[in-house]
Write a protein that binds this ligand. Structure first.
Ligand code: DAH
Length: 338
């Protein structure tokens, strides 16, 4: 048995040394070390031998196996190195070619403008809060003074999970969530996604808003006006046209809508501003006493303002984009421009 093993090692090593390429080495590996290989079948026979013989021959078998494996690994390695050198020499692999640059990702324009808005308000001492996109009817409507039968719900039809759970139609519910857990004075913005049953040139079923609100003793409409002017002038430029229009929102009283001069047609009238020359970009007002009641604030002591800005709108104006749907088509030719 010992002789057979020694003979086998000698044979194997001789054949391996003579191997001309990788394939032959692999073949020999199977032949000697494979599951049905020669060395493996000897190992099986060992089990029939008496104990002490089995032990010493077992050790020899293992040593041979180890030596053969080492030899095979070295050979395979040498052959791959040689292959690489050959292909370099033959010019198949040209290592002097310049590398291919992986395409660089970019920040989506909506995300970018959202960041700019946050920066401006952080600079004005506001903090950033968030709320859930899947929201309770209570926070989205009821607590904001929009009861079940209120006609204002028509403009904010949305996707319902069930009767009481929906995709939020605005970021205003964050006002309620925040005020329920904190006491005035407070200055907060709440950016995020909102959803509505709307789809045309200037509406998508999902879009982004930033809500803002400030509550303290003695806050006036003048504070709201001043803040929004500073905000819009920082976001666009100093002499952008801004107008406040009286409006109605159940959550504020008095309420206003703020328009800026259409930057796409410069006020001449186009399809984006529906020929009016103005674009509505935010709703605002003084927080309604009923809203303060929902969060147990004393409305005789505190006052505050709130506003909600549509981010897609201002992004379109900033970059001269005339179709809101472009933001969500994921066309790289569009996205690469920002
Ligand atoms: N939530 C309103 C909307 O999406 C916008 C709005 C109006 C927000 C007045 C406010 C506000 O905070 O005071 O139509």
């Amino acid at each position: 048995m010992r002789e057979r093993l020694e003979q086998l090692e000698e044979d194997a090593l001789r054949k391996l040394s003579a191997a001309a390429d990788k394939d032959i080495v692999t073949e020999l590996k199977v032949r000697y070390l494979g599951r049905k290989g020669e060395l493996t079948s000897i190992t099986r026979e060992l089990s029939k031998l008496p104990e002490d013989e089995r032990r010493s021959l077992g050790k020899l078998t293992n040593d041979i196996k180890k030596r053969l494996e080492e030899k095979i690994t070295t050979l395979l390695n040498d052959f791959s190195v040689k292959e690489q050198e050959d292909s370099l020499k033959s010019g198949i692999l040209d290592i002097t070619l310049p590398g291919r640059r992986p395409p660089l990702g970019r920040i989506h324009p909506v995300t970018r403008v959202m960041g700019e808005v946050e920066e401006i308000f952080l600079g004005l001492g506001f903090e950033v809060a968030e709320g859930p996109e899947v929201e309770l009817d209570y926070y989205n409507f009821e607590a904001l003074n929009i009861p079940k039968d209120h006609p204002a719900r028509d403009m904010q039809d949305t996707f319902y999970i069930d009767n009481e759970i929906l995709l939020r139609t605005h970021t205003s519910p964050v006002q309620i969530r925040y005020m329920k857990t904190c006491r005035p004075p407070l200055r907060v913005i709440a950016p995020g996604k909102v959803y509505r049953r709307d789809s045309d040139l200037s509406h998508t079923p999902m879009f982004h808003q930033v809500e803002g609100f400030m509550v303290d003793e003695g806050i006036t409409f003048g504070d709201l006006k001043g803040l929004l002017i500073v905000f819009l002038q920082s976001l666009f430029y100093k002499d952008i046209g801004i107008r406040f229009r009286p409006s109605f929102f159940p959550l504020t009283e008095p309420s206003a809508e703020v328009d800026i001069r259409c930057l796409i047609c410069e006020g001449k009238g186009c399809r984006v501003c529906k020929d009016s020359g103005w674009l509505e970009i935010l709703g605002a007002g003084m927080i309604h006493p009923e809203v303060f009641n929902s969060v147990d604030y004393d409305s005789t002591k505190y006052s505050g303002f709130a506003f909600g800005v549509g981010i897609e709108r201002i992004t379109m104006l900033k970059f001269g984009i005339d179709d809101i749907r472009l933001f969500f088509e994921n066309d790289l030719r569009f996205l690469e421009q920002f």
